[in-house]
Ligand binder design. Sequence first.
Ligand code: PEP
Ligand code: MG
Length: 566
Amino acid sequence: MLKGTGVSAGIGIGRALLIEEHSLEYTPVTITEPQAEKERFNEAVKSFCENTRRQAEALRASVGEKEAGIMLGHISIIEDPFLTGEVGKLIDGGQCAEAALEQICDMFISIFSAAGDDLTRQRAADVRDVRTGVLRALLGISEVNISDVPKDSIIVVRELTPSMAAGINKENVAGIIAGTGSTTSHSAILARVLEIPAVMSVDDAFMSIRGGDTVICDGTAGTVIVSPVEEELKEYIDKRDCFVKEKAELENYRGKPTVSADGTRYELVCNIGKPDDAAKAVENDGEGVGLFRTEYLFMDKTSVPTEEEQFDAYKKAALILKDKPLIIRTLDIGGDKEIPYLGLEKEDNPFMGFRAIRYCLKYTALFRSQLRAIIRASAFGNVSIMFPLITCVEELRAGKMLVEEIKDELREQKTAFDENIKVGIMIETAAAAVIADILAKESDFFSIGTNDLTGYTMACDRGNGSVAYLYSVLQPSVLRMIKRTIECAAAEGIPVGMCGEAAADPLMTPLLISFGLNEFSVAAPSVLRLRKNISAWTKEKADAAAAKAMSLNTQAEIRAYLSSVI
Ligand code: PEP
Ligand code: MG
């Protein structure tokens, strides 16, 4: 079995078709007539742009506007006056068009590749694609055409360029395996839009797969099986059929409200890490965002993002979501989330140490600038603030005091913001769950972070394999923490959500309905599945399941029981 990154879910089974790019080798020559060479370059650019426009048109018709935009972006790259100016200068200096183009494109590729954020790094792939396309036009080599492959082909390429992906005939391609690429690369985005299972960054693809081999491409698990035995083949045909059937079934839940079988309405929102993910939440039919993990804005940079940079990011997410809720969690660093430039001291016990709200309440300049950015963004949508890792009411009070001070400042400066912006907290420590009654009196809402709550309740590090057997949200202790938190929120009349992984766990659904959770916040691809799961339960049925589960003494018993009733 080969391993890679699953970038487009589903299972493809078919015959391997290895796509070898034509060689783009040439012998560099010294140019004596730069004007003529520049004209040759311009002609090649023209032909590349015409070809790209045609591909964009085909994509617009077959897939959509946004995907066509990816191709049109390639035209903007090659028409960039700085890029063409620099190529022109090298040709004036005596280099041939091919060498000049390569040198300038390589410069951009190395700058973009070194960037801290994934999206900028993906621009490197786009420039590489442009370089190949124009080089091909200069050398008079026709493009690899994968629009006409036999039915049930599994395409195997070293790098799937967006232009190749754009030429794919969805009817005939059962899967894509590429040697490079990641979830955010444009070709991965195209594979997802085309709904073709795809695995990228498979190191040994070209060495291990021969043309004509039967191949299973599992885009959900990120694995590739070459020449499967009979049993494997049967197993994966069943998996593929299940996937297709379930997907079609889940589509029935798109655009519908999230309601239980007896009509109770729930809020089903998403967890995001970047402002653009808000669009993914909407695409996946999420009803808003229940957790924006802002630390990713900090991790993607080499210095603290400024108030303006953060404001732009929060505002962008708020505008994408329009009036849908957006809960922005303040910086949650430390533990397993490191930000090297903040210079956090090495600690013996980082999960118990100087992190999250504790750090922010000490370095208030940094905290204030984040809070200002969030509060200013509240003028553009339905924004709330959430503090992580609360363990005592003083932390909540100190955070809220800063919020009030900033609101005063903004009022004085006549800067717009939402006067009623809500301030809530994460319940992710045992301490917070135990004093949930106290915290609920001073908090506008709760969101239960089961990832940490499980670790802190069980005193076990989720990354440590030796104690992994203890790490389960179904431990009676953790379930009691969750139940108590929800009951304390209800007693004070504040809404309570869950944004840890457990929110999407089907075993948890009856318990959460019974306990009275109001909001589920999950990864975007889980939205429709969870909406379906919730629709299967009445309160009466959920209460019966919860009563039985809570009467059991071990997580194994609870798991076995819940598995038998879902
Ligand atoms: C959690 O702890 O459950 C949570 C949602 O926060 P994070 O996973 O970001 O620590
Ligand atoms: Mg957490």
